[in-house]
Design a binder for this molecule. Structure first.
Ligand code: SF4
Ligand SMILES: [Zn+2]
Length: 492
């Protein structure tokens, strides 16, 4: 029998009783919002049938979900459907229909020593042991199968759909790990996604469904072995991997790495760009040049990967002028133009060299006000409609911050400033429809632009207020004379 961690087994029967009481009330009137639902639960907890069990404890919503899955036959389908919306935790996590799983590789994960990069013992470079996803990885000794299965179980118990899964692999520089380890890591993720998680929660048995009719033996890409088998099996599994995201360095991207990433099933590659300035790269010990960023972007785009950049304003050797120039060049110069962007303003933290530089007076960041002003200008005037600005700050706890910490609520500060000045960001994230209503007629917009020696088309369906309902990227790389024509690359 399977019981999720932290589930109080002794409450199984009282929880069934409590849900039976709730079902009776739902038959009369369904609560109209979460507040009313919570009040209803509190009322039921005072009833004779269950009061003695729940004197000092209020059940978590996921306990209800667990009971409803385990004892489905005790409740009507209508009740289960009606109660589900109240049991969903952080609804936005799956508004797109996809759940994202962050998983960590084991070990240091990178041979470089960028001066701003934290190197906490026992944790992959650039991460901290007090980050929730890292804590989960440590609990599972960085085992990819256990990390994946545990996350799928928790998403299912929080009532999110787990049929479409995006995998985000984190930890240092992915391309630095030996191929055998990477192949194994990804294969074990697929193995976990091939488990019928709901069946597992219900029965405690690892159900690996049989291959569906869509599965076939094939070796299209010259791939053999266990990874390919796990990938084929996933084509008809309940939890399908719809994308794999990795983080690496621009100078690690070459033809051979690209082919390897394709065999793993990687779809989205985030590269550490930080700034477009060779002098700053030298000072901060990056170990690569701007030309490597240009080359990596070209190779990745031509192979159909979604390309993400990480940029770091406020690095040693930089200033607000240089950082602004990087932001402008990133989107105006055809050599760059990433599909996705994360802004990680430099933060002075424990386990970094810049922490010493800061104490010695060798590194003095410019003010938060200047940083906010620059990001507001970037979002409102520079960011094109085809980029997604995923982040404006790294989630770092104040316990590891040193020196003049970046405000943890930077995103809100920026949003408030933009609201005050009636400015808007036109990026994908800020225009996603999410759970809002479609306003007016929808229309197809096509934006064409040159990028990395090719042409890109951003096709989007928007409503009357420009909210995005769906989009597709199309790329036509430069004419390839050896191929007697041009090739197409898609990503969405
Ligand atoms: S390459 Fe990335 S992971 Fe490696 S030291 Fe530099 S910032 Fe850290
Ligand atoms: Zn935006």
């Amino acid at each position: 029998m399977f019981y999720p961690k932290n589930f109080p087994k002794q409450y199984e029967q009282p929880l069934i009783e409590l849900l039976i009481l709730l079902e009776k009330d739902f038959k009369k009137k369904i609560p109209t919002d979460d507040k009313k639902f919570n009040r209803l639960v509190l009322d039921k907890l005072r009833m004779d049938e269950v009061q003695q069990y729940f004197k000092d404890i209020k059940p978590s919503n996921w306990w209800f979900t667990f009971i409803l899955l385990r004892h489905e036959e005790r409740f009507s389908k209508i009740f289960i459907n009606n109660i589900q919306p109240f049991l969903t935790k952080t609804k936005t996590r799956s508004t797109s229909g996809i759940v994202a799983l962050s998983l960590f590789t084991k070990g240091v994960g990178c041979p470089f020593s960028c001066v701003y990069c934290p190197n906490e013992p026992g944790v992959p470079k650039s991460y901290f042991s007090d980050e929730p996803a890292v804590m989960r990885a440590i609990r599972h000794n960085f085992d990819p199968y256990k990390q994946t299965l545990q996350r799928l179980i928790m998403f299912a118990l929080s009532n999110h759909p787990i049929d479409k899964v995006e995998i985000i692999i984190k930890g240092g520089t992915f391309s630095f790990y030996p191929k055998a380890y990477r192949r194994w890591f990804v294969k074990r993720i697929f193995d976990a996604c091939n488990v019928d998680v709901i069946g597992y929660i219900k029965t405690g048995n690892y159900c690996h469904p049989e291959l569906g009719s869509g599965s076939r033996s094939r070796n299209k890409f010259g791939m053999t072995g266990a990874l390919l088998q796990a990938q084929i099996k996933n084509e008809s599994a309940i939890s399908r991997v719809i994308g794999i995201n990795i983080e690496t360095r621009p100078d690690y991207i070459n033809d051979s790495e690209i082919k390897f990433l394709r065999t793993l099933g990687v779809t989205h590659v985030e590269i550490g760009v930080q700034i477009l300035d060779d002098e700053v790269y030298k000072l901060i010990n990056r170990g690569h040049k701007v030309k490597d960023v240009i080359s990596a972007t070209l190779l990745l785009k031509n192979a159909g990967f979604k390309v993400g950049y990480h940029l770091m304003p406020n690095l040693p050797g930089s200033n607000s002028g240089k950082d602004r120039e990087t932001l402008v060049r990133t989107f105006n110069d055809d050599d760059f133009k990433p599909d996705h962007l994360k802004l990680y303003p430099t933060t002075i933290t424990k386990y970094t060299q810049i922490s010493d530089w800061y104490k010695e007076g060798r590194y003095k960041p410019y003010s938060i006000e200047k940083l906010v002003e620059m990001i507001v200008e970037f979002k409102s005037k520079i960011a094109p409609p085809w980029v997604r600005i995923g982040r404006l700050i790294r989630d770092i706890t104040t316990t590891v911050m040193e020196g003049d910490g970046i405000a943890p609520n930077l995103r809100e500060v920026i949003q408030d400033k933009m609201k005050e000045q009636k400015l808007h960001c036109n990026c994908i994230r800020c225009r996603e429809i999410k759970d809002q209503k479609v306003i007016g007629q929808t229309r197809l917009l096509i934006t064409k632009y040159n990028a990395s020696k090719g042409q890109e088309y951003f096709l989007e369906f928007v409503d009357e207020v420009n909210n995005i309902l769906g989009f597709l990227r199309l790329r036509i790389p430069e004419f390839d004379s050896n191929n007697n024509g041009s090739r197409l690359a898609f990503s969405c």
